[in-house]
Structures are given as C-alpha cells and as structure tokens.
Design a binder for this molecule. Structure first.
Ligand code: NDP
Length: 249
C-alpha cells in the first residue's frame, strides 16, 4: 500500500492557524485521502520538518529563513524574497509565494486606481509585487526606513488621493493602529476601500466608517487555493473559496 501523502503548515506560534481547516475541508470536497497538520518548529527543526512532508505552507517567522533550504525558487520568490509554499519533489525543494496572488484575488471585484500600502515587511513585499504585476500605482508608508522600498514620509502622502488603503503591518495583532490619527483622518476622507491583511479584529478597519472593508480571510483562502494547485494539482474555484470562508470563519 502506498504511504499517505503528508502536508502541513509550519510556523511558531502555529496553534491559531486556519490552514489545516482549509486544506482538510478541500480534501473532503475532492475525496483526497491526504493528511494536513500544523507543525510548531524552531530554526533547528525547520529543515527536517520540510523534508518529512510532501508539501508545506510556511508562516511567521520562517518565510525568509526557509529560502536557504530551497533548491529552486519561483520568479516571484526571487523578487519578494519570501516563500510561503514549499513543494518537496522527491527531495528537490521548490519554493513558491502564493500570498501575492491571495492579496490581489481578494480585490478582483473592485475598481480602483491608486493604492497605499502601510508597512514594509514580507507581506507588504508580496502586495507590492502583485500590484506591480498588475500595473497598479502604489505608494508605501512605513513607520521606519526599509531598504526594500522607497517609503514616503507622512507629509508626502497628503498630496495624493488613495482609493485603497492596505494595512500590511502587524499592528492589528496587538490591537494598535498602523499610523497616526492625523494620517488616518486624511486617508478616511478619500479611501473607497480599506483592507487589513490580518483576519480577526482590526481597529484599523473599524476606524473607517464609510469605506468598503476587506479583511485577510479571503487572502488567506486564495493563497491556500494557489498552494493547493502546487500541492495536489487541483483547481479551487472562486465559488468554493466563498463557500469555505463561510464554513471556516
Ligand atoms: P513583518 O514582521 O515582516 O513586517 C511587519 C511590518 O509591520 C513592518 O513594516 C513593521 O514596521 C510594521 N509594524 C509592526 N507593528 C507595527 C505597529 N504597531 N505600528 C505600525 N507598524 C507596525 O510581518 P509580515 O509582513 O509577514 O506580516 C504583516 C501582517 O500581515 C501580519 O499581521 C500577518 O498576519 C498578515 N498576513 C496575512 C496574510 C493573509 O493571508 N491574510 C498573509 C501574510 C501576512 P517596522 O519595519 O518599522 O518594524
């Protein structure tokens, strides 16, 4: 009998992860007899865990660290400099990034021109890559200087009208706002859509009363959908993503 194929999400912490729920739901949907679990690892155990699985999603804090174990990096990984999806192809480790796809898919039904990204970490790099790929004009603001981006300072933002403001910082994790109230009030006057990559309570989204609000749930599901193509060669439809959102969250 053939061994059951094992997949998982690797991070630290990891108990909160919704990825096992998502992939196990899709195994049921497609009648796949695979295994997908959450794995709590540290720097020393990361490589062995990757090698023990057929495929893995990688989350905080290993998305950059994992690159040293990759034999092949996709084009987007080379630019974003972070991977969240690893395929173990008979010992050849292939690294992909599906966060950029998840980010832009969640915006697919909206019309917009200019985007402001708040934050300049790994998630912001994935968002910036998606926007560049789709020829969408964007600006980056971060509380501290980052060499990957030409970040604007707060005053320089006042001259623009941003239709979409994305919180790519981890401020919502600690219940904080990602920038000053002065800046938020300026943005609030013009933004049509506000988007927080975080998928539970966001004080940032709450601050914008009249805008369309998007949280990180759809991004999470769509990044998992592209990972499923790499892992199991199955196509997850937009309808299944929407149905999964209702079941999982
Ligand atoms: P990083 O640690 O790489 O970057 C964190 C960024 O947030 C930095 O720009 C940092 O600024 C900024 N920051 C942190 N705290 C604050 C604060 N209190 N106020 C203002 N800025 C702050 O994290 P990631 O880029 O990997 O992740 C960012 C967020 O995106 C997380 O909340 C994560 O959960 C979410 N995410 C969601 C995904 C989804 O599928 N929904 C996928 C990927 C990420 P500085 O440089 O000055 O330290």
């Amino acid at each position: 009998m053939q061994n059951k194929l094992c997949f998982g999400v690797i991070g630290n912490p990891i108990a909160h992860s919704k990825s096992p729920h998502i992939h196990n739901l899709w195994f049921k949907e497609f009648n796949l007899n695979y295994d997908y679990k959450a794995y709590l690892e540290d720097t020393l155990s990361l490589q062995n865990r990757i090698l023990s699985l057929k495929g893995a999603n990688i989350t905080v804090p290993f998305k950059e660290e994992v690159l040293q174990y990759a034999d092949i990096c996709s084009d987007e990984v080379k630019i974003i400099k972070a991977a969240n999806t690893i395929v173990n192809d008979n010992g050849i480790i292939k690294a992909y990034n599906t966060d950029f796809y998840g980010f832009i898919k969640a915006l697919q039904n909206y019309d917009f021109k200019r985007v402001l990204l708040l934050g300049a970490g790994g998630a912001a790099r994935a968002c910036a890559y998606a926007l560049m790929k789709n020829n969408i004009d964007f600006t980056v603001f971060n509380r501290s200087k980052k060499e990957d981006f030409i970040c604007k300072v707060e005053n320089e933002l006042y001259e623009f009208n941003f239709d979409v403001v994305v919180n790519c910082t981890s401020s919502s994790l600690t219940g904080q706002l990602p920038c000053s109230i002065e800046l938020l009030n300026k943005l609030k006057a013009k933004a049509k859509i506000v988007y927080d990559l975080f998928y539970t309570k966001s004080v940032f989204l709450e601050y914008f009363e009249n805008a369309i609000k998007i949280d990180g749930k759809l991004m999470l599901l769509y990044q998992a959908a592209l990972a499923a193509e790499y892992f199991y060669n199955i196509k997850i439809s937009d309808e299944l993503v929407k149905k999964s959102e209702k079941i999982i969250f």
